[in-house]
Write a protein that binds this ligand. Structure first.
Ligand code: RNT
Ligand code: ZN
Length: 413
């Protein structure tokens, strides 16, 4: 008997079908964020990363152009099991030599290379307007700015992004999740918290005034605060949630965007009572929205459990959102993406029906006992079997990354 076969029979005793878990997992899309490869830089500007977010670290080998970023992403794809999408930010537009187009004028053609990339792997694409790292975002306010010229510029950007999202969906045959996040906020105590929000609402209304619902799934992402905008965030949790509820778009929860004792895992089933579909940015906040690499930790597992045991696999769009520049970026990308897959597999391998029944019947002692027992079932053997079937290296994958670092990344000076 192989290790997997013996693990399979252990799980079977708990009423868990490992074959079904493996099969289900292979079909859950996880959107890989293109921005882990170059510290949220993109290709359309020189200046620093702004908008209240930050990357830290200077590890060698950051991708400097589309070719390098895509080559790195291909490495990651070869090391991560499961179904993937690629999440592209508007600042990753690819221009012809000598061409430069500002954000309000970008077109689908500037993203053709991303479409070709996605098609090569049979993947879908997700998209994000980039409302930061730009001269027009200098004041810290974009869609909520009191300056109409600034607002109009960013509305035009949002509309351009809708067109690009539709193009992505048409080309790949897979709907495109388009996420609206801005860092709009104030450093110090506001005198008026409402007027910027009213403008924000109107601006998003304009961006979403015309799009094909079958092709684009627009989301609004909330946040609690950003660096330099600590006192007030225009797109707060209540704002984003109310907007999405009233306007029929998707709320997007990033688990780095809440107060430290709030957990997104608990918010998922709350929103699922009301929204047909929701979206996630999975990250790891350490003391703040630090965007550390996603771990196979309790909260990531809990998030996965809420998706799986509420039968919400087709209602929750999972995307990764973290950026670590202090370690090998390809390893960082791979670790986080593999951990999301692990968390989903772990959730699929829980005795979920039995646990629910114990809760419903008020059998809390046995519930606790079984929850704890389930933690040490031979999960690793099923994970290894899944990797084998997906043709993905198990424990030696870091050697491959090391080799790539020594032969490719070192030459990027
Ligand atoms: C920032 C948000 C946002 C960004 C990306 C790059 O706090 O999480 O989603 O990380 O758009
Ligand atoms: Zn996010």
């Amino acid at each position: 008997m192989t290790n997997y076969e013996s693990a399979k029979s252990v799980f079977a005793k708990y009423g868990i079908d490992t074959e079904k878990a493996i099969e289900t997992l292979a079909d859950i899309p996880v959107s890989l964020h293109c921005w882990q490869g170059d510290d949220v830089n993109g290709f359309d500007h020189e200046g620093p990363l702004t908008g209240g977010i930050q990357t830290t670290g200077h590890y060698l080998g950051k991708a400097r152009n589309p070719e390098e970023l895509m080559a790195d992403l291909e490495k990651v794809i070869s090391l991560v099991p499961g179904k993937k999408k690629i999440n592209v930010h508007a600042c990753y537009a690819i221009f012809e030599k000598g061409e430069h187009v500002d954000r309000d004028k970008i077109e689908p053609r500037h993203f053709k290379k991303w479409v070709d990339f996605a098609k090569k792997y049979g993947m879908g694409l997700d998209f994000n307007p980039t409302f930061f790292s730009h001269p027009m975002a200098k004041s810290g306010l974009t869609l909520s700015s009191p300056n109409k010229k600034v607002r109009d510029f960013w509305i035009a950007h949002g509309k351009a992004c809708i067109k690009i999202s539709e193009y992505f969906a048409r080309e790949t045959g897979i709907p495109c999740v388009m996420n609206i996040w801005t860092g709009d906020g104030l450093k110090d105590i506001p005198a008026d918290r409402m007027t910027p929000r009213l403008r924000y609402k109107e601006s998003i209304d304009e961006i979403l005034s015309d799009y094909d619902k079958n092709l684009v799934k627009p989301c609004v992402e909330s946040k609690v605060f950003g660096i330099g905008v600590e006192s007030y965030t225009v797109g707060s949790a209540e704002f984003a949630l109310s907007y999405a509820a009233q306007k029929g778009c998707l709320p997007l929860m990033d688990n780095g965007h809440y107060h430290p004792t709030e957990v997104v895992s608990d918010k998922i089933p709350a929103l699922l009572c009301f929204f047909p579909e929701i979206a996630l940015h999975v990250t790891r906040p350490v003391r703040w929205d630090s965007d550390h690499v996603v771990l196979f930790d309790d909260e990531t597992k809990e998030i996965a459990k809420e998706i799986v045991r509420n039968d919400a696999i087709n209602r929750v769009y999972i995307a990764l959102d973290y950026f670590d520049a202090s370690i090998n970026r390809i390893a960082a990308w791979t670790v986080g993406a593999r951990n999301m897959q692990k968390a989903l597999l772990f959730a699929l391998l829980q005795p979920n029906t039995k646990l629910k029944a114990l809760q419903e019947s008020g059998n809390y002692t046995e519930l606790l006992v079984l929850q704890e027992e389930a933690k040490t079932l031979p999960f690793g053997e099923v994970w290894n079997e899944y990797l084998k079937r997906q043709n993905i290296p198990a424990d030696n994958w870091f050697d491959i990354v090391k080799e790539y670092e020594n032969t490719v990344l070192v030459n990027r000076k």
